[in-house]
Design a protein around this ligand. Structure first.
Ligand SMILES: NC(=O)c1ccc[n+]([C@@H]2O[C@H](COP(=O)([O-])OP(=O)(O)OC[C@H]3O[C@@H](n4cnc5c(N)ncnc54)[C@H](OP(=O)(O)O)[C@@H]3O)[C@@H](O)[C@H]2O)c1
Length: 285
């Protein structure tokens, strides 16, 4: 298949490009190659590539940036997705959209399924939900809701925190956000399977098992043989964040299982593999 990937220099874009390139003809579109807020430019790029599928992770994923600048968040996350969906339709391509657990309100205490009602409580979550709606207007689409991402290609929550500890600093993380965690390479593999099988629809997609940010950070420090005592848990409200964080965002992968796909391995195993690949600076003990 011919695959075009938006936001391909981003964290998930990198993982998707790695995985899809092994079996398909991939055009990895960075921000410079295709600005999703410029519909004519985007249409010209898609026309040249002639993709069968456009995978669309490009977005402003930072909750606090979105909260501070809702117009920009709307322009990139919503209008940008409208442009991607329209240009894809015009060249006969289906869209696989990367969404988020932030479409929920975080009030539930059992895992969210794909049929649970959405009620985003942040600008980011609202823009992502609107974008899901746009993608779902097409007859053939995929929406993959992922959660906290870690993986190669771009510094992320885990790598940045480990670098702090290696530099002798504290890594302060939220102790009260329970959710799922997603290794980009595992999620990209699963997306590849689902896309190759042409099983369209809405899917929750993360590594198995729930964890708080604190548990994820401590385990990462242990696996990296760094001082896990430097990981300090705090209540989210004390972290001075502009956007509300969800207390509970665990996702159940019901649609994936119902469609006959095995969910990705437990987050602990994925984290172990990821940490093995990381080049961390020497410890300052
Ligand atoms: N990170 C997470 O923990 C997380 C959790 C749940 C869901 N998600 C979703 O997963 C997707 C990927 O997230 P990520 O962490 O990989 O984000 P990322 O690393 O910030 O990658 C997003 C990419 O989109 C590009 N982009 C931004 N504005 C653009 C525009 N106008 N035109 C074209 N490209 C543009 C960015 O390029 P520049 O940097 O050059 O602007 C960046 O390379 C997003 O849709 C996000 O909502 C992420």
């Amino acid at each position: 298949m011919k695959i075009a990937i938006t936001g391909a220099r981003g964290l998930f874009g990198y993982g998707l490009t790695e995985v899809f390139s092994a079996r398909h003809s991939v055009t990895d579109l960075g921000h410079q190659d295709a600005d999703i807020t410029r519909p004519e430019e985007l249409r010209a790029v898609f026309t040249k590539i002639g993709p069968d599928v456009v995978i669309h992770p490009a977005a402003i994923p930072d909750l606090d940036i979105c909260e501070a600048d809702p117009d920009r968040a709307f322009l990139v996350n919503v209008t940008g997705t409208r442009n991607v969906a329209d240009a894809a339709r015009d060249v006969g391509a289906a869209v696989a959209y990367i969404s988020t657990d932030a479409v929920f309100d975080g009030k539930k205490r059992t895992p969210y399924t794909e049929s649970d009602p959405t009620l985003p409580v942040t600008v980011y979550g609202r823009t992502k939900l609107l974008a899901e709606g746009i993608v779902r207007e097409a007859a053939e689409y995929w929406v993959f809701r992922v959660s906290v991402l870690f993986g190669p290609g771009k510094a992320n929550f885990v790598e940045k925190g480990l670098n702090k500890i290696a530099a002798g600093e504290e890594w302060i993380v939220a102790a009260d956000q329970l959710g799922s965690a997603t290794y980009t390479l595992d999620a990209a593999e699963k997306i590849r399977e689902v896309v190759e099988a042409r099983r369209h629809g809405l899917y929750h997609l993360a590594n198995q098992g729930a964890c708080t940010r604190l548990e994820l950070a401590r385990r990462a420090a242990e696996l990296a043989r760094l001082d896990a005592g430097r990981v300090v848990g705090k209540p989210s409200r004390e972290m001075g964040r502009r956007a509300v964080r969800l207390e509970y965002a665990v996702m159940e992968m019901r649609a994936l299982q119902q469609a006959g796909f095995a969910p990705p391995r437990p987050w602990q195993d994925a984290l172990e593999e990821y940490i093995r690949t990381l080049q961390l600076p020497a410890r300052k003990d």
